[in-house]
Design a protein around this ligand. Structure first.
Ligand SMILES: [Zn+2]
Length: 157
């Protein structure tokens, strides 16, 4: 099942936000927000709140999910099961830092910015229109995705 659900995460869930972005999901992270700020932002955006706070998870006026595990990979598994997240479908389509969609970019256009070994071995690139970061298969980003897949039992090994 593919779901275009958009998430908003409270201060305790920064690593989970990065993993959701790795999977291609829109995940806003409220780094230093207090409880009332989180509530206001959730109401304003209509996003689904992922939280570690019971008081927020109980609110009837917002869509929310109380994350139970302390461990980030288990948190990803929880959220994936709860919302039927697609695990590979749109992985590596979103900047892990900015939460914006990546744009494909030609190798010639980024050649100067690539480390030599990447220049030699890689051919597919995308760029974040927000921070300018370049992504390719084999980045730290891709490796954390592979680790995630293995942890969730959806990888090759
Ligand atoms: Zn970015």
């Amino acid at each position: 099942m593919t779901d275009d659900r958009e998430f908003i995460l409270d201060a305790a869930l920064g690593r989970l936000a990065r993993y959701l972005r790795t999977l291609g999901y829109d995940a806003v992270y409220l780094k230093d927000a207090s409880g009332p700020d989180v509530l206001r932002e959730t109401l304003k955006t209509g996003r689904t709140l992922l939280t570690r706070r019971r008081d927020l998870a109980k609110r009837p006026d917002i869509g929310s999910y109380l994350v139970k595990s302390d461990r980030v990979l288990e948190q990803v598994a929880e959220v994936a099961a709860k919302f039927g997240l697609e695990m590979t479908h749109r992985a590596m389509t979103r900047c892990i830092e900015c939460n914006v969609l990546l744009e494909p970019v030609a190798k010639e256009d980024v050649l100067e910015e690539l480390p030599p070994h990447v220049r030699k071995t890689q051919s597919i690139f995308s760029r974040c229109p927000g921070c300018g970061r370049i992504y390719w298969p084999g980045t730290h980003f891709a490796r954390s995705l592979a680790r995630l897949m293995r942890a969730l039992g959806q990888g090759d090994e």
